[in-house]
Design a protein around this ligand. Sequence first.
Ligand code: EPZ
Length: 429
Amino acid sequence: MDRIRIQGGRALNGTIPISGAKNATLPLMIASLLTEETLNLDNVPRLADVTLLQHILSNHGVDIMVSGKRAGENEHTGQSMHLSAKNIVDTTAPYHLVSKMRASFWVIGPLVARMGEAKVSMPGGCAIGTRPVDFHLDVLRALGAEIEIEAGYVLAKAKRGLKGARITFPKVSVGATHTALMAASLAAGESVIENAAREPEVSDVAECLRKMGATIEGIGTSTLRVQGAKRLKSARHTVLPDRIETGTYAMAAAMAGGDVTLAGARPELLQEALDVLQKAGVTVAVTNEGIRIARNGVSLAPVTVSTQPFPGFPTDLQAQLMALMSRAKGTSKITETIFENRFMHVSELARLGAKIQLDGDTASIEGVERLKGAPVMATDLRASVSLVIAGLAAEGETMVHRVYHLDRGFERLEEKLARCGAAIERVAG
Ligand code: EPZ
């Protein structure tokens, strides 16, 4: 298994191109199931999760073509992907595929909406919490599907199609909002989705569904009104930039020091995280190219942060902020409110010398003068990248094991950092 070796202590200077957002790409690819016509996606990142979802969708009968690079494009330009679900040959998503990637459970909405049936494995637990799917099932029930659970599978049936309904979520859920939007787009009549997730990736999917022929109002707000269409049609959509990748490199630059431009990044997608960085003493500037992050010699001030649904501070940047605050001058407090068990990185950061106390859902991070390199391993995507961030500032060598977690969600991470001067390399085997 590949590892990543980092020699800490080098500043970062240069430009990092921001890729298309993983968490928009996945539901956008799934939305291709809603139509017989081709869905064309641009700016698709090259990630292990994208490849895995290609396999999963192929299993349902989706034909997928990825365009090669065009003349004049630089190597970081995202791929173009053409997905054609003309013939859905199988409405079952088996355990061995769904258990590899939770988001593949989301095929359930489009499949039942278009085919009148779906049999999708329950995803099971994961490293960041129990993560149930009850809201997704409530959505489908509200839209008129019959739901049964049998031998670890959800069987959803709506032989006469789905019907628009009012859906009110008890808690904000990104995935269940995707399910509601996609299913309602092919349901008869109007659906109103209340307490919907306002994450930019949800809006990106809604914009794409609009291009495909659904009428959606309230995009970007917590009340979405959807007029379903009888059939959805072909569309072309460009995936929005990845705000979590942006925030991650912003924190990497803040940690290592230096001056980095995050090219193509959109500040409004992560305003809260940028505000937190500014409070910590990091220079943040919006430029024509994207966002510029600089820290030259100034020490980091501690912060108090609580993760929240968008537009609040994202849970997907919590581990990275914790790594950064491990070097602040003083004690920071970070509360995780979205997932109950998203602190697996704490003990690994401690191996590098971080001083972190956990009390329920709150971590107190007492900044230390120096971190020291060590071998570390992580359990999920964002936790692994927090170890890379810590490694950039740790003295000596940090070896990050289980790099496959990183490859799920960060395109060419070591290359992007190395180009800005980090001593980081992938060690094969
Ligand atoms: C999405 O997961 C993201 N994944 C996650 O990113 C992200 O951390 C999360 O949203 C929160 O922003 C993708 O977009 C592929 P939720 P999702 O439904 O949709 C509870 C990453 O690292 N809940 O918004 O699965 C749930 O347990 C990943 O890229 C229910 O109780 O998250 C959690 O406490 C990790 N019942 C809360 O809602 C349900 O049926 C929010 O989860 C569904 C969710």
